[in-house]
Design a binder for this molecule. Sequence first.
Ligand SMILES: Nc1ncnc2c1ncn2[C@@H]1O[C@H](COP(=O)(O)OP(=O)(O)OP(=O)(O)O)[C@@H](O)[C@H]1O
Ligand SMILES: [Mg+2]
Length: 465
Amino acid sequence: MAATAPRRAGSGPTRRRTLLVINGDEVEARPLPLTGDVTIGRAPGSDVLIDHPSISRTHLVLRLGPDLVEAIDQGGANGTSLRGNRLPARVAVELAANEPLGVGDLTLVVQEVRPIVDSGPGERRPSGEVAAAAGLEPIVRDPVMRQLYELAARVARGTISGLVPGAPGTGKEVLAEFVHRASPRAARPLVRINCAAFADSLVESERFGHERGAVTGAARERRGLLESADGGTVMLDEVGELPLPLQAKLLRVVEERAVLRVGSSSPQPIDVRFIAATNRDLEAEVAAGRFRRDLYFRIAAAVLAIPPLRERPDEIEALARAFAADAAQRLGRSAPPLSAEALAALQRHPWTGNLRELRNTLERAVLLAGDAGITVAELTLSPASAGPRSTAPSAAPPPSTAPATVPTAAAPLPEQLAALERERIVNALAECQGNQTRAAAMLGMPLRTLVKRLTQYGVARPRKR
Ligand SMILES: Nc1ncnc2c1ncn2[C@@H]1O[C@H](COP(=O)(O)OP(=O)(O)OP(=O)(O)O)[C@@H](O)[C@H]1O
Ligand SMILES: [Mg+2]
């Protein structure tokens, strides 16, 4: 059975493991040691004691290795099941990441927090709305991602807090929105709080709410963002950026499920579920004293870690087609075909900017391609591209294949400039997903000028959204 496991639960550097115990809609997180055998059962003295009638006294042993997790059923009445099969007694069977294990009437999931390798600054959007899949249903094809989304659906049922670690652009917001939509809270608000923007006390009071007169200019009592999410979900985005003094406040909110408005002494109870996201290695932040350990354990009860795009190459094609179709639809066109070479180039690209980079690449390609279809030329992937998105004109071919004179170098200056400007405009439009007003602001040009240039350069005008 080990051969069919999509990926070893323990692959990569190991930091921390937890066991999620799922009983219907209740989800509970139990700490696990990094290595060693852990007994699970109803008997007092079990390493993980689960007092449930469907669990045997000694039901299961989890063998935790540095990069391998195995389950060994102990031959009890109700047994253990994995991937729809009952496990043979006393045989070690390897578990994949986030794989649900049926234990009696319960489900157990071994979770692992792996450090994020390529973290970087995230975008700085104001709090409030969740961008999420921007009209797209999440596309999930990779076995590890399937497992992750299945786990997210289970976690969604209860109110356990969740942490979504992942490199920039991997789809943390999309996953957080999925949890909200799959939860009984779906009809209530999903509010995103950008923790990186918690700069001053005014912002702070706006988030938590403030009483009349407590902040200069506060004319009336205002509900904070947290209160406005009552009954729903709060996404704590970029939680790793939250300054320490505010971490203390957030801890109180998370523990007591109540907000204390600035200038008020009576806490307002709130009913929210927290999903935090970060592209930082929070465990390292805790170790460095920059993030409160108690807050970390509060918010990281369930960990939904998203792998980078390069670890899920099976998804690239489906994502690319969906992003191209979406961009084309906004231009009022049919989805342009993707050439086989273009697909191969997409498969080879390192995607350090993850899904966001892929989406921008396809947006740009659709703008450049017209109805004819997307070839390697429209992808404008620079071979050496290490960064998430290159705003420079596409690189010249490698020396071995380059003609004696590079055409752009020989072109007269105004033409070169026009090509450059066209490229900048196309990039900006792609970045802003076809929103011309935002693209114009990004380029620092009036909207009128942008529209004029689009006609001049023969770039199709995206529909107003
Ligand atoms: N499973 C998915 N299916 C389709 N589109 C997705 C999926 N996951 C992410 N995306 C798209 O990829 C882009 C990045 O996703 P998202 O904003 O959720 O990433 P993020 O991890 O929150 O990024 P950042 O770290 O920069 O905040 C968005 O355009 C989003 O719509
Ligand atoms: Mg995000």
